[in-house]
Design a protein around this ligand. Structure first.
Ligand code: MN
Length: 147
């Protein structure tokens, strides 16, 4: 057994850019142990993951805020504080904040995560004209990873 302390000196939140769109911060909760990785992920409004899948699936526990999850070929579904999402092994999907709310979720990822391309605005908000997304906060002040 091992207890991981959530906040400890020398472990600041990490800005994430490579496989995310918008402003995203990640706190490792538990480093990969027996193939299971636990992270808390904060998405600013409009921010989301790239398309990806998890080797053995993923559990998303919404801790605060509102967001969206979307399996490939379906419409985005709203998620709220207290919701739990099970993503089956190998299912291509994305998740992130709602357009008008931040999202904080705890992600329990099973096995290797495989990343693909970014989620286009039309995939994020089907039926919304792309120019309508220009007011999202992360478009006005993009976050850059600090060295
Ligand atoms: Mn996922």
């Amino acid at each position: 057994m091992h207890v991981t302390r959530r906040r400890s000196a020398g472990r600041p939140s990490q800005p994430r850019t490579d496989t995310f769109t918008g402003e995203v911060w990640l706190d490792p909760v538990q480093p990969t142990t027996d193939g299971t990785t636990i992270n808390d992920v904060f998405f600013a409004p409009g921010a989301r993951t790239h398309w990806h899948h998890h080797e053995h699936g993923q559990i998303l526990i919404v801790l605060s805020g509102s967001g969206l999850v979307c399996p490939d070929g379906e419409q985005p579904t709203s998620i709220e504080s207290g919701d739990v999402v099970w993503v089956p092994a190998g299912e291509r999907h994305w998740h992130g904040a709602a357009p008008d709310s931040y999202l904080l979720h705890r992600a329990v990822s099973l096995g290797v995560t495989s990343w693909a391309g970014q989620v286009a605005d039309q995939e994020y908000r089907p039926g919304v004209v792309v120019s309508d997304l220009s007011g999202l906060p992360w478009r006005q002040s993009p976050v850059r990873a600090q060295a």
